[in-house]
Design a protein. Sequence first.
Length: 347
Amino acid sequence: MVATATFFLSFMRILAIETSCDDTSLALVSHGDGTFVVEKNLVSSQVDTHTLYGGVVPEVAARMHAEQIAPLLYALEIPQDGSTVDAIAVTAGPGLVPSLRVGVACATTLATAWQKPLIAINHLEGHLYSCWLANSPPLFPCIALLVSGGHTELIFMKDHGVYEYLGRTRDDAAGEAFDKVAKLLGLGYPGGPLISKKALEGQKDVITFPRPMKDSADFDFSFSGLKTAVAYHLKDHPDDRPEDICASFQDAVVDILVSKTLKAVEKYQPTSVLLAGGVSANTSLRETLKNTLTERFPKIHYHHPPLAYTTDNAAMVGVAAFFHLQKNKVTNPLTLVADPNLPLSPL
């Protein structure tokens, strides 16, 4: 028998599992009195291993997920019968399919054994709902700038689970561009934090890098040309300070992202603006978007997740799952499969 969510509890605790890429994460998220509490959010990072390869190796990531997921589950101290958990949530996609399969296998097994409702969550939706872990929840409608290693997208979020894509990258994602430029500079992996740290010591107005598609009529992005411009600059100016290159490159990325977001805000007039995804940890992006938005649209609320929930984590998956449960959208654990191209579907 498959458990279904035909109930509404004044207090609910969700076990959430996230294994979409190279971080194994399990969390216990509870909801009561209109607020979310992250009771535990455990993350096992693989960054030291994948740094040796200069990027994530899918087969290695999956093997490490399989090694870490059971110890993390044990560390949550859930009774063997699952009696303290009301539902189970898992990232089903998008992501690296070998990694996704580890989390899905764990979640479907537990849901079947414990007879708990299972909620399949889109990884991007999880990032959007990380903003609900801040002090005050966003008000609808929202314009969301979702920026990560594999995704750069503008989304119009009209209500819980009601999404409209406004624009997305046509080539490299912003986070991917950070990684590639860091590799060109010999900084290492992952590139985003390394470039941001280096940029603090540089001058952003020393080099003028191009802003691809900044002034285009649509809301799409492109970062491949910017990455290529950095490569050519390094070839022509090998003696330039890496700090200045990092600061100028980061300034170009932030300028593009903020400009496109403000253009969407001007057209759609949302109540809130959300910044989410791994790149939302970038201090320059956070501050520039907040300050520019406050200056131009002072009545619009701005939200970004707490720093701990910007990168891949299971807590955001648990928050997203709560709103799925409110609409009785559950998944059959006997048929759920990992989908590396899972679309952001409406609730």
